[in-house]
Design a protein around this ligand. Structure first.
Ligand code: GH3
Ligand code: MG
Ligand code: MG
Ligand code: MG
Ligand code: MG
Length: 302
């Protein structure tokens, strides 16, 4: 834990810095508010002990600046000052200080108050972490770990925006497992789930890291391939079909279950006028997929 001491009295500052370092803290020092502000911006300081009376910007003004700034993290601020009138304490806290200690300070008490700050900062850290995890989770399909339908929609939207600037095209592939219902009916729903996870892994392995793969519906998967011509997208889809066909699902008892895919492919050209309509794109791959189904399955159509 890094602590920033903002104190213009060099003797006081150095003594406090020494004491805190002795107690295992990493300490940064600033002799005025401007220096302190730079430390916050550049060093990612999270806990500050600040004097009230400083040359230039006062401790109170500094606190107000921190509180009104849009910083990525909360800054825990302890005001440490000789001013001990009730109204001063109130002003300090109202300006945004989290705690207020008067000089001369008692080191043990100061350390106890620093630990309050550490607890608050840890709470914030945990909160941010679980928020990030939730946001990531909200993009994923629970069974396969692939992107879900909404995330794939967003990805395609983002790719299309990028495409407008880069004059490249985006390939969109929709694949659907053939006669998947039969796998469920013959081996049960759990094995059906295994087959979905199995196919998801193959799709992930067989595509480029910057392709986005999502579960579009029950046994349908979408691949968004940036910077990809129609020819190339068709090759990719064909490769996926072949790899799935060549990798049957093997159960624990040795049973092997062949899996086949049908697929539809389309490409969105960068030259296309205006913002391409996402629904129209998915309609195009859907129609291609159903043509592949009608014409015998286990094949890719454009
Ligand atoms: P087709 O070749 O025409 O695509 O035939 P199909 O049997 O694959 O297609 P159909 O749409 O008739 O059946 C899809 C099946 O997928 C029906 C549904 O119960 C099953 N399904 C959908 N989601 C899941 C899932 O999460 N797990 C399992 N095990 N089955 C699912
Ligand atoms: Mg001072
Ligand atoms: Mg199917
Ligand atoms: Mg069907
Ligand atoms: Mg289907």
């Amino acid at each position: 834990m890094q602590i920033l001491i903002v104190e213009d009295d060099a003797f006081l500052r150095q003594r406090l810095a020494y004491q805190l370092r002795e107690n295992g803290y990493e300490v940064l020092e600033a002799e005025n508010a401007e220096q302190a502000w730079q430390h916050i911006l550049n060093e990612g300081v999270r806990l500050v002990i600040v004097d009230w009376i400083l040359p230039g910007m006062s401790g109170i003004e500094f606190i107000r600046r921190v509180r009104t700034a849009e910083l990525p993290h909360y800054i825990y601020i302890i005001m440490l000052t000789v001013r001990q009138a009730k109204e001063d304490i109130i002003s300090g806290l109202e300006a945004g200080a989290d705690d207020y200690i008067t000089k001369p300070y008692h080191l043990h008490e100061l350390k106890a108050r620093i630990s309050i700050g550490e607890r608050i900062l840890h709470l914030e850290e945990n909160l941010l972490q679980s928020q990030t995890q939730l946001q990531e989770l909200a993009l994923r399909d629970a069974l396969t770990g692939l992107f879900n339908r909404r995330a794939i929609y967003d990805r395609l939207q983002t790719e299309l925006e990028r495409t407008k600037r880069m004059t490249s095209s985006v390939g969109v592939i929709l694949v659907d497992i053939d006669h998947f219902k039969q796998i469920n009916d013959t081996y049960g729903h759990l094995v059906g789930d295994k087959a979905l996870v199995h196919v998801a892994h193959i799709l992930q392995r067989a595509t480029r890291p910057y392709d986005s793969i999502g579960r579009w519906g029950g046994e349908e998967f979408v691949i968004i391939a940036p910077q990809c011509s129609l020819e190339h997208a068709t090759l990719v889809a064909e490769r996926l079909r072949q790899q799935v066909a060549a990798s049957p699902l093997t159960l624990e008892d040795g049973t092997t279950i062949p899996i086949r895919l049908s697929g539809g492919v389309t490409v969105v050209e960068a030259t296309e006028e205006g913002a391409p309509n996402l629904d129209r794109i998915f309609q195009a791959v859907d129609e291609a997929l159903y043509a592949a189904k009608r014409n015998g399955r286990n094949r890719i159509y454009v």
